[in-house]
Each structure stands twice: as C-alpha cells, then as structure tokens.
Write a protein that binds this ligand. Structure first.
Ligand code: BGC
Length: 772
C-alpha cells in the first residue's frame, strides 16, 4: 500500500519525483477518450523505469497462445490490445545534453490529473549535467469531444543559460507489448509522410491487418511569438520525426503545441486513411490548442453533470469516487458498439484489453444510471453481434442446436482464455450476459430490446444451460458438474450453487422473454420461431430443469453451499490466517489454495446480489455471515458486492470498510499492482457501493427506490442518476434527503417505504429520514 497521492476534491496530485513510483503514476495519471488512450509517460526522453503505453480501442493482435499442455478446445490465440505508436514524443536536447529526468536533478516536480476538465499537467525544474536549468510545464489530453484527437502544450523556460534547443517531435511505432508471448513486435510499416509541420506514420498489425494512421503537427512559439522554423524529417524503422532548432536565451520561454490524431481502418478504408488523417489533423490544428482545450472542458462538464458524486466531509473519499468515475468515462463512452471495457482500459496491457463478464455484472449498472440509454444498449449489442461466435465456441466444445457459450475473455467474440479450468468451466459468465439484458430492461423499460436483439441471445444461452446440466439418477434432480464459479480458488467443482441458480434463472427468463415477444411483437416472434426453430416442447424441457434443479444446502448453517463438499474442507476463517501468508495467490501453492475453504471473491453472495428479492433478510444475513469471513477479496471485484450487501444488512461500518477498499484500490496501490494498470471494471463497483450500497438504490416495478444511510465520516453525499427520461439529484445528509428532478419529465419514486411523485423540475425535502 502507498500513500503518496495528495488529497484533493477534483485533482489527483503527485508532488516530488520518485522514480520508484513512476510506473504506478503512469497508470494512475492515464488519459483516454474511449477510442484511444495512453499511460502518463513523459513527452521528453526518459531512460528510467517506465512502461510505455499507447492504445487504440478495438485494434488487437491475435498473439499465439502459449500453454504447456495443449488441450482440445483451447483457443489458438489470445487477442491483445496493442501497444500502438507513441505520438507524445518531444525529445529535447539542450546545448547537446538530453533532457531526461532519470539523468537530471529534478525539483518542484508535480503531476496533476485535472478530472473536472479532463487533462494532465506536469511541472518540474530540471538541472542537467551541464548545469543548465529549465522550468517545464506540460499539459496534455485525449479529446473526448473529438475522439481521434489528442493535444499537448509543452512550455520550457531557460532559467540560467543561453543556447539552443534541438528538438525532435516524433511518432514512434517501433514499440512492442511487454506481454508479447513470443517476444514479437506486432506492427508492420505501411507508409509515412511529412510536409511542413506535420508528419504521419501508418502501420498495419500482423495477422489481424488493422491499419492505424497516426499524425502529428508541431508548432512553436517563443515568448508568445509564433516561430517559423525549418523542419528536417528523420526516418527510422517505424518512426518518423521532425527535427528543428530553437535559439533560446536566459528567461526565454518556448512553447510547443503538438496536435495528434489516430485513425484506424475500423472506421476508414485503408487506402483513405492517410487522407482522412490529414483532414482530421488539419481541422484540429485550425481550431488550435485553446479551442480544443475548451471543447474538452465542456465535454467533461457535461459528463460530470450526469454522473458526479459529491461527498462532503471526507476529501479522500471524494477524490477516490471521482477518480473511479473519471477513469470509467475515459475508457468507455458508448460511442461505438464494437468497443468494450477491458479490465485495465487504456492503462496497461494486462488481461489483453479484452471483454470479461465484468462488463455485464459491474459496468452496465454504472452506465445505465450515468449515461444516455444508448451507451448501455451498445454494450448489450456488442454481445448480440458476437452471438454467432458464441454459438461456434459452444460447437467446438460439443454443444449443438444453437447453444451459445460466450467467451470468458474476448475482443472479437472468439474465446481467448487458455486455462482450462476457466475457458471450459467458468461458464457463469454466460448467465451474466443474460442478466445484463434483464437489468437493462428493468432499468430503462426498453422491453422492445427483447424483440430486436435480446431474445436470440437468451435462447442461445438457455440452450447452452439445457445441454450443460445432466440428470442425476442418484438424486433424481439435475446437476451441473465440472465448473468454476466466480470464486476461482475452486476449480472443477460440482454444483456450484451460484452457477446452478443462475442457469435456472436464465431458463426461466428466456421463457418469459419469449412470451413477452409473442404477445407484444407477434410478427417478430414468428420470424424468430422459424429462425431459431423452437417449439413448446423445448420450453417444457427447460421448465423441467427449472423445477428439478439440485442446489447444495447446509441445514446445519442454514446457508446455500458454494458447491458439493464445501463443508468437507477444513473450516478456517480469514482472520486466523497469518498476515505473512497473504495474498494467498502469491504465497500459497495452487493446490493448497484449491483444497482450502478460502474464497477469492463473492460467489454465493454474487447470487444474493443479483437475485436479492428471491431471499429474505435472514437468509441474506446467514449467508453473508458465513461466507464473508472466509473471503480473502483477492479480486478487485470482491469488496463492492460485499459493501452493498453489508449496507443492505444495515452493517454500515462494514459497508464503509469495504467501500474504502474498493474506492482507493489504485490510488493507494493496495494490491501492489497498480503499475500494471488500473482496475477499471471494479471502479464501476465502487460507484455501485455508493449508489446501490449507501443510497440503497434499486429499481422495482418500474420505479426507483432508495433506502439511504449516511456513512458516519461523511457530512453528506449527493449524486445524479438518469432514469427513463428523468434526471434526479439526490442529496443525503443527517438532517434530510433532498431530491431535485432536473429533467422536464416527472417521475414517481420511493424513499424507504413511502411513495413520492416528483413533477418536472420539482424538489422534495424529507426530514429525519436518514439512518445516520
Ligand atoms: C476475477 C474475474 C474477473 C477477471 C477480470 C479475475 O481476477 O476473478 O472474476 O473477470 O479478474 O477482472
């Protein structure tokens, strides 16, 4: 755990330069706009420890799988989001000495992420080996208003010398992924171009043949005066630079404006890429840095209006929640239904930058409440478009009749995970995709989605479960053998309660959805009936499973058992584990973990989170009290679910404790892994802890319900959620709940047990309603 980020309500601040923390800060201060993103690397040269990272969403390389023991059905490759061309580079030589913070004396260093306005700022004073001192201020952003554009304003002031700055403004595509399986580079050179102050580099990915054209324009001012300088082109392997010299005298300040664009063949024909890049770059340059910056600030202001959470009385908590919201919107904006949310977003390479069940289980609720409806709909459509691949994937494993198994990890719909216990067995992910459809419709009321897209997906998933269970003669019930639940510290187990429960729920929901489509869109129903070739008989088979599924249960503890035989394990609690033995995944052998009772993340409790209305308060309490003490929370997805359940059980202190673990996970580097990148998908869980946990927000019977409490440390908190055309701001303090309907549409809602109607633009104050 680290504690070097300064507390501030809106900014993330690092003061002082510690090279040992650099890779962590590169992750924390990352930038992105949904289409491209990058780690907070330096513009000038840096020879110290760094993980260089620039990423273009959806552009991947199918890296050949590397496994020790090949098993039939394994995917051939792991699709990785690629480290792409570095466009930020401005190499600076001062009277022959390279400006490099690893070689210079660095003073007054600060790195600030301005979340409200959406930009990164860096300041420092450097003394070079020749004694020359410079003062630098750099501002950079990836434009959320125009997601193909990025911009830098880099100011350098000569403090004690006269002489020359020798500058190379470059695009470097000779980069590689640190996680490359065979140490290969993934890009081939296609073309470059250069004229006046602009240069371009087009690269093509090996195998997947994506082309990306990166363009950059540099302009220079000295003491506010534009400089016309002769540029010399330098070409090296997958690298192009424009080199020039600026005379500088003591006290002079030189400013470089670097504007860059990234365009990919996902959106342009390859032969038109360069021309399109020129057009986009010219337009951005014509606007100029100040206007691009103003547009960026306006776009972020709009995002914050729809999604901000304000916490009074706890700056660290305030900073953390905004950091989580900010990073989520940097990663995914919903502009393109081919894109998704990798667990590390644009902040690192781990996890391949692909899509996991994290999206449906954790991120969808966040985007449902904080962004226009189309944003979460696009996340659903992403899976709809990959249905054929999910059916192919299931076929490879021996399933038939349109059964669909969505991958555990994917970019293009094909499975990439290659650990058999997850690839073949962690099949609960399929259920999360069905659940997201249900959740989306419950929240938005857009049931038409079922007819349009949803039902086909639900059918594929239901058909999978139908074939995945088997009838046990011994039990006279259906069982599900050889699975891995969300708790990945158990593999190849039988009857994981969560998976069995989820499978049955999917079979029920698919039937309900079919009935809805039959009644509300009869023509589409007939169309789907002939396309999917289903009959009443198939529904009857599903129903038989629904009515005869086996669920492991302990009479002794009154809890659902995580799996068959769970109680045969030695029952030790986490509190009795020596601290030196944690985290278990780093300290224990895998077989020891598998034989232990310790739980990585919510498993039975994930089921209680999804299906809370199926269980009463006492059942919640018994299961929480049984499982949480056995849970090590070694997945970033774990604390948030526990926080929400603790809040429901009125255990406010625990709810807050879990919240703290999730909200500052990366800022304080709790797990010593922030340098690999941020835990983007669990950030949505942090938001859920506040809105679903502390504020107790639920949707029932087409209505928003709140059961709020105020964490003791906070004076108040408030947040905005959109719901079916209404937009409400809820402020919760000890004294009152204050609700404002910001939209032109009324809504009815429920606070604790009371119903309220809120007309357009109306306010409501409820006193003494908060459990403090
Ligand atoms: C968790 C999974 C999750 C994955 C990506 C793993 O550690 O156990 O549930 O999908 O990380 O976030």
């Amino acid at each position: 755990m680290k504690n070097y980020i300064k507390a501030h309500e809106w900014n993330i601040i690092e003061e002082g330069f510690d090279p040992h923390l650099n890779k962590i800060s590169e992750s924390i201060f990352s930038l992105g706009n949904g289409r491209m993103g990058q780690r907070a690397n330096f513009e000038e040269s840096y020879s110290g420890e760094t993980l260089q990272g620039n990423y273009v969403a959806g552009v991947y390389y199918p890296d050949k799988t590397r496994v020790g023991w090949w098993k039939n059905g394994y995917p051939e490759y792991f699709a990785k989001v690629l480290n792409a061309a570095n466009w930020i580079g401005i190499a600076i030589e001062i009277n022959g000495v390279i400006l490099d913070l690893a070689q210079a004396k660095v003073e007054d260093f600060s790195r600030v992420l301005h979340m409200k306005e959406g930009y990164l700022e860096r300041n420092f004073k450097a003394t070079l080996s020749n004694g020359h001192q410079v003062q630098v201020k750099a501002i950079r952003f990836c434009s959320i208003a125009d997601d193909e554009v990025g911009a830098i304003k880099y100011q350098i002031k000569a403090l004690n010398f006269d002489g020359e700055l020798n500058i190379k403004s470059y695009i470097d595509g000779d980069v590689k992924n640190q996680d490359s399986n065979y140490d290969e580079k993934f890009w081939d050179f296609v073309a470059d171009d250069e004229a006046n102050n602009s240069c371009f580099l087009t690269l093509r990915t090996k195998k997947s043949a994506f082309e990306v054209c990166t363009g950059a324009h540099i302009s220079v001012q000295k003491n506010g005066q534009k400089q016309e300088l002769a540029m010399q082109a330098i070409r090296q392997e997958k690298y192009i630079a424009q080199q020039f010299t600026v005379a500088i005298a003591k006290g002079d300040e030189v400013t470089f404006y670097k504007t860059a664009v990234n365009l990919s063949s996902q959106n342009y024909e390859p032969q038109q890429l360069l021309q399109a890049a020129k057009t986009v770059l010219n337009n951005a340059v014509a606007k100029g840095f100040d206007q691009l910056f103003a547009e960026q600030q306006q776009a972020w202001a709009k995002k914050w209006q729809e999604s901000d959470i304000v916490i009074e009385g706890d700056v660290a908590a305030q900073q953390a929640i905004r950091f989580n919201i900010y990073q989520l919107f940097q990663t995914y904006t919903g502009a393109d239904d081919r894109l998704n949310i990798g667990p590390k977003g644009f902040t690192g390479e781990k996890y391949g930058g692909s899509t996991y069940w994290d999206t449906e289980a954790y991120c969808v609720p966040f985007y449902l409440a904080t962004a226009p409806q189309q944003v979460s709909k696009n996340l659903l459509i992403y899976r709809y478009k990959q249905l054929d691949k999910a059916i192919e994937n299931a076929q490879k494993l021996g399933f038939t009749n349109g059964a669909a198994l969505y991958p555990m990890v994917t970019i293009n719909g094909e499975e990439c995970h290659n650990e058999w216990e997850i690839t073949f067995e962690e099949i609960h992910r399929n259920g999360a995709i069905a659940y997201a459809i249900f959740n989306y419709i419950r929240y938005t009321g857009d049931a038409d989605y079922l007819a349009e897209y949803g039902l086909e997906v639900l059918f594929g998933i239901a058909r999978f479960w139908k074939q995945r269970v088997n009838w046990s003669q011994a039990k006279s019930q259906y069982v599900m053998l050889g699975v891995t639940g969300p708790n990945e510290y158990e593999n190849n187990i039988n009857n994981n309660w969560y998976t069995n429960y989820l499978a049955v729920w999917c079979l029920k929901y698919a039937q309900e959805a079919a009935t809805w489509v039959q009644q509300n869109a009869p023509q589409r129903y007939q169309e789907l009936k002939s396309k999917l070739n289903f009959s009443a008989d198939e529904f009857a088979q599903w129903q038989h499973i629904v009515e005869h599924m086996y669920y492991p249960y302990s009479e002794e503890f009154g809890v659902y058992l995580q799996q068959d035989g769970y109680l045969d394990k030695e029952q030790i609690l986490v509190k009795d584990l020596p601290a030196a033995e944690r985290p278990l995944n780093q300290k224990w052998s895998w077989d020891r973990i598998l034989r232990s009772c310790f739980i990585k993340q919510a498993d039975v409790l994930q089921g209680f989170y999804f299906f809370e209305d199926d269980f009463d308060f006492d059942a919640h309490k018994r299961n929480f009290d049984f499982y949480e003490p056995r849970t090590v929370h070694e997945s970033s997805l774990s604390p948030c679910v526990h926080s929400i359940l603790a809040a429901k059980l009125h255990d406010e202190a625990r709810a807050y404790e879990f919240y703290l673990r999730t909200s500052r996970l990366d800022l304080d580097d709790y797990n010593n892994d922030t340098e690999d990148g941020l835990h983007i998908t669990s950030m949505a869980g942090t938001w859920m802890s506040v809105v679903e946990g502390f504020a107790g927000m639920r949707v029932r019977n087409d209505k928003l319900i709140f059961n709020p409490f105020l964490p003791q440390k906070w004076k108040s908190f408030s947040f905005t959620v959109g719901f079916r055309g209404a937009n409400i701001k809820l402020s919760i303090s000890k004294e009152e709940i204050h609700i404002v309907n910001l939209a032109q549409k009324g809504l009815s809602l429920q606070i604790h047990d009371k119903e309220y109607e809120l007309a357009a633009a109306e306010e409501l104050k409820i006193s003494n309603a908060v459990l403090a």
